[in-house]
Design a protein around this ligand. Structure first.
Ligand SMILES: Cc1cc2nc3c(=O)[nH]c(=O)nc-3n(C[C@H](O)[C@H](O)[C@H](O)COP(=O)(O)OP(=O)(O)OC[C@H]3O[C@@H](n4cnc5c(N)ncnc54)[C@H](O)[C@@H]3O)c2cc1C
Length: 498
């Protein structure tokens, strides 16, 4: 080991909502473990610090997006980005986690050595360019699921001719002025339905231009159940009760959509009809061709999108872009949209483990060749876990459980003197399937680079919170798939006398 290389028991990568949560679980459940957090940016918060577009907010409720261990006490259940950022930062401060973060350390490569039972992790300082090497026994990736450098923008013809401004929501800057201007928001996902009503407050007009419709559901911004409960019982109890209520309602809704897609579709479309009136061409703009939850369902707080459409400050156009023109966008139907500002809410570029280059005992690992174990570790990759949330429920629900499992695993290894834990595929007929089963463009564009899932536990990703409580929270650590070994750690070998 190089003299100035620091060594930790656990290295967490990322100081977003997951990384801060991971640190809390680790220092609470494994207080003997030395850990640090390497964060590529210069601040805490990840997504909630990066995204600065108008109206940025959660699209699931904060009782389930919040941590299990720290009540969300603000009145809004669907919360704005700055409040979520403050919650994550407060949590880091409250538990002394902020002192453990090394900012401006972008992790690029990790090399596992079985004889050393260690990862050698290489990070590049984003402020000085310097390469920093750190060693750890366990690498916990809390690096999110998308590329921070750039969002996804399709190649639209004619953009160079357009005289207005084109901006991707991931690159929003405070100087972008849209008051009194004509705005086109391209897209119909969570970001687009957030942007449209917010920008419509001051823009001359906002058009949401979508290729095809998405399921949009109105939900109350404040949770009445939580508001009443908070007046009667402690904040902690009110939070726990509301969290469970929302978990169960969310699961029931997801189950209903999958079990009875036609009825679920009728229910959701009926909601839009009620909000926009019978004269609105619902079929054209709000009835998707796919079944509910084949892609993410978009939530709009207090129906703000519908209100903006009703008041004619915003409108929806379902069409395809032919080309940008100097003054706007020409559509395939021949219609044109005049615009001063175009926002390309066309999505994210997904990335697995932040495109980390990994090798195990000198062998390069292509994650696409691995199988995901319990949706969080990877076959033949020892002592590495990924904190990745649900696609059909709040992200943090799964991350909290993943952290509990990692802590149980680490404590199990310590108790038995093991230094290495590695999931091995021992089922010759395991069927390999894509890790995510969403038909959305952003998933389909990158799913080939993702690890695979199997057809049964522990290789199957069930996306089911209750099942995960059972398996991640209480399931046997030594399940016959996770293998353990006790390599002598070089840094712990005592020099022999003589
Ligand atoms: C606009 C928006 C709204 C969303 N709303 C919701 C919602 O309502 N509900 C929900 O469940 N989910 C939502 N999501 C998904 C959301 O990203 C997650 O809920 C959650 O914030 C992810 O947290 P994270 O800590 O895992 O990842 P991130 O927030 O992405 O944080 C990852 C951190 O790791 C750092 N990092 C990454 N790679 C490296 C590296 N190689 N080296 C060092 N540091 C690294 C990043 O700089 C970042 O700080 C939303 C996403 C977006 C973009």
């Amino acid at each position: 080991m190089h003299m100035n290389e620091e060594c930790f028991d656990v290295l967490i990568v990322g100081a977003g909502i997951s990384g801060i949560g991971a640190a809390y679980h680790l220092q609470t459940n494994c207080p003997d473990k030395r850990y640090a957090i390497l964060e590529g940016r210069d601040s805490i918060g990840g997504t909630w610090d990066l995204f600065r577009y108008p109206g940025v907010r959660s699209d699931s409720d904060m009782y389930t997006l919040g941590y299990s261990f720290r009540p969300w006490t603000a009145p809004k259940a669907i919360a704005d980005g700055p409040s979520i950022l403050e919650y994550v930062r407060d949590t880091a401060r409250a538990y002394g986690i902020d002192d453990k973060i090394r900012f401006n350390h972008q992790v690029k490569r990790a090399f596992w050595s079985t004889p050393d039972a260690q990862w050698l992790v290489e990070a590049q300082r984003t402020d000085t360019g310097e390469i920093v090497r750190v060693r750890c026994n366990f690498l916990f990736m809390c690096s999110g699921y998308y590329d921070y450098a750039n969002g996804y923008t399709p190649d639209f013809p004619g953009t160079e001719e357009f005289r207005g401004r084109i901006v991707h929501p991931q690159k929003w800057t405070p100087d972008i002025d849209y008051a009194g201007k004509r705005v086109v928001v391209i897209g119909s996902g969570a970001t687009a339905v957030t942007l449209v009503p917010e920008m419509a407050k001051t823009a001359a007009h906002v058009t949401m231009l979508q290729r095809s419709p998405t399921y949009v559901v109105a939900a109350p911004e404040q949770d009445a159940f939580a508001s009443v409960l908070r007046k009667c019982v402690s904040a902690k109890f009110a939070y726990a009760a509301t969290r469970w209520k929302n978990v169960l309602l969310g699961m029931a809704f997801f189950w209903f959509c999958r079990r009875y897609p036609k009825r679920a579709k009728a229910l959701m479309v009926g909601g839009v009809k009620k909000a926009l009136g019978n004269d609105y061409p619902i079929e054209r703009d709000f009835v998707p061709s796919y079944n509910p939850w084949d892609q993410r369902v978009c939530l709009v707080p207090d129906g703000d999108l519908f209100e903006a459409i009703r008041s004619r400050r915003a409108s929806v156009v379902t069409d395809r872009i032919d080309t940008f023109t100097p003054t706007g966008i020409r559509l395939e139907s021949g219609a044109t949209l005049d615009a001063d500002v175009v926002v390309t809410a066309t999505g994210l570029n997904l990335s697995v483990l932040s495109n980390l280059q990994i090798s195990v005992d000198g062998q390069h690992i292509d994650l696409a060749d691995t199988m995901a174990y319990k949706g969080m570790m990877f076959s033949d990759v020892p002592n590495l876990a990924l904190s990745m949330g649900y696609t059909n429920a709040s992200w943090t629900l799964k991350c909290d459980l993943t952290c509990e499992y990692v802590c149980r695993l680490l404590n199990y290894m310590t108790r038995h003197g093991y230094t290495q834990a590695c999931a091995r595929v021992n089922d010759a007929v395991l069927d390999k399937q894509p890790m995510l089963d969403f038909s959305s463009g952003y998933v389909q564009r990158s799913i080939a680079r993702f690890p695979k899932q199997g057809s049964k536990a522990p290789w199957r990703l069930y996306q089911n919170y209750i099942l995960d409580i059972a398996t991640l929270g209480y399931g046997a650590i030594d399940d016959g798939v996770m293998t353990f070994s006790a390599e002598p750690r070089l840094d712990r070998v005592q020099p022999q006398p003589g």
